[in-house]
Design a protein around this ligand. Structure first.
Ligand code: GDG
Length: 457
């Protein structure tokens, strides 16, 4: 069997503990199939990426390079997270572009490619992940790599009219067309990509999603990410009996809990969600004193201006909501900007009557899957889900909302808190079926079948 080589911006080294972030969560469930995982160590050093460090753990070899501070700033903070991330989340107004960042991005990709190339074996299947590393496919080819190379985009793709705001965007599209297979979370993302390629590069595209780049086909596929729902459910059941859960339940004093778990990222729509909670308590005062909302928001990418600016906004809103609605024995909004362990989160999901997943845009959003998987099927909670999360294409029995309208979210919160048990069970049963269909394993199989050119892939 061919060895699988995974390339991602950050490599979660064994023993480093878990960080919030979807890509690592998905791949952790299929680690037994990964032969080599290559990427950045997460360290910046004065000499940058001159040496590759390797460590082997349970049949997987982890190979990492460091970056210099200058490389990190231009590549990661600059182009990847100040140009591509906002643009591909439809936030053209937040897009910052500097040519030196673009050149830094390409240079770091070249560094990755040159460092990876000597580690490759002729039969390896190479799977490159996410927007940080788009140029790698073409760069590896130019270094003489003849292996099958695939690329997967974890975040949305945008319509042509939005994409065209990106200076030199045509180069990026050409880079994406250097891969053998390009994968997306939803049909909509793939369709927007194909339309953008057609309009920008003029390639022929056939109904099976193949782009006919002169001389070579590029297969595009939809391969939605997922989690091991059964395992997460078991973890939640165990965690619900833990000391932390007992403390949480005691503190709730028989009130219903509503939960949100997100990286602190402007794409997750947190200010609108806080405002929606404010409106719930104002417009539906019957919930006053009877519900508590717990928001876990782990800080992320704090060196990017927009991320740093979000934190004080949420702090202020949380203070306003608690000042306005709270009483001496009830804090309506519990807002934590620190991480919580995965098993503790699982237990918290299980006892929450409402799960809030209301990003303004999201490739998929695994928290939606986790919330559903954690529920007790006999007495399940209700998922409130943004129509602009990729997850909404697959979890249609959630209460689907437009995340731009705090009133609509507030109404969905009210519906969720007052939903009869029978309807909760029915919706949960259907949602859980979908969660079980979309596993991390099925995601990998779909992608790797296409990459190894197997029929049905
Ligand atoms: C990208 C795309 C796509 C969150 N807080 C804590 C914590 N988390 C975990 C969640 C979940 C993961 O992090 C976040 O995954 P998401 O999918 O929700 O979002 P992104 O990080 O933006 O991921 C996204 C994903 O890639 C995969 O393709 O779904 O659309 O943006 O698992 O539970 N985990 C722990 N403590 C926390 O405080 N342990």
């Amino acid at each position: 069997m061919a060895r699988l080589v995974v390339v991602s911006n950050r490599v979660p080294l064994p023993g480093q503990g878990q960080r919030a972030g979807g890509l690592a969560i998905v791949l952790q469930d299929v680690m037994d199939s990964v032969g080599l995982w290559f990427g950045w160590s997460g360290n910046t050093t004065p000499e940058g990426g001159n040496t590759v460090q390797t460590v082997t753990h349970r049949n997987t070899e982890y190979a990492t390079i460091d970056l210099s501070e200058d490389e990190y700033q231009k590549f990661y903070i600059g182009y990847a997270n100040s140009s591509l991330w906002p643009l591909l989340h439809f936030r053209q107004g937040l897009l910052e572009f500097r040519r030196e960042d673009l050149e830094g991005y390409r240079a770091v990709n070249q560094l990755y490619s040159k460092s990876l190339q000597p580690l490759l074996q002729p039969d390896d299947l190479i799977w490159v992940h996410d927007y940080h590393l788009i140029p790698m496919g073409g760069q590896l080819r130019r270094l003489g790599v003849r292996n099958r190379v695939g690329f997967y985009l974890h975040i949305p793709f945008v319509p042509h009219s939005v994409f065209s705001a990106l200076p030199q965007g045509d180069r990026l599209l050409q880079d994406m067309c250097e891969y053998d297979v390009v994968g997306f979370q939803t049909e909509e993302h793939r369709a927007d990509f194909l339309d953008t390629v057609r309009q920008t590069l003029g390639h022929d595209i056939t109904g099976d999603g193949v782009i006919h780049v002169p001389g070579r086909p590029v297969q595009t596929i939809v391969a939605p990410v997922g989690i091991d729902g059964l395992a997460f459910g078991r973890q939640a059941e165990r965690a619900a009996r833990s000391k932390n859960n007992k403390r949480l339940m005691d503190s709730l004093n028989h009130r219903h809990l509503m939960i949100g778990v997100d990286r602190l990222d402007y794409s997750k729509g947190l200010p609108n969600r806080f405002e929606a909670f404010n409106r719930l308590l104002t417009r539906f005062p019957e919930h006053s004193q009877h519900v508590s909302y717990l928001q876990v928001a782990v800080p992320s990418r704090e060196e990017v201006t927009e991320y740093a600016q979000l934190r004080p906004i949420l702090n202020r809103m949380a203070g306003d909501i608690n000042g306005r609605h709270g009483t001496f024995d009830w804090v309506p909004l519990r807002y934590m900007s620190q991480g919580v362990s995965r098993s503790t989160l699982a237990g918290f999901h299980r006892v929450s009557r409402v799960g809030l997943v209301t990003p303004l845009r999201d490739g998929m959003n695994l928290v939606a899957h986790e919330y559903v998987a954690a529920q007790n099927p006999e007495d399940p909670g209700v998922l409130v889900l943004s129509r602009f999360a990729g997850a909404a294409s697959y979890l249609q029995d959630a209460l689907i909302v437009n995340p731009n309208d705090p009133d609509e979210i507030a109404e969905a919160m009210h519906t969720a808190f007052t939903m009869p048990l029978q309807e909760r069970r029915l919706r949960h049963a259907r949602l859980f079926e979908s969660v079980l269909r979309l596993t991390a394993r099925s995601y990998c199989n779909t992608f790797l079948n296409a990459l190894s050119n197997k029929p049905g892939g």
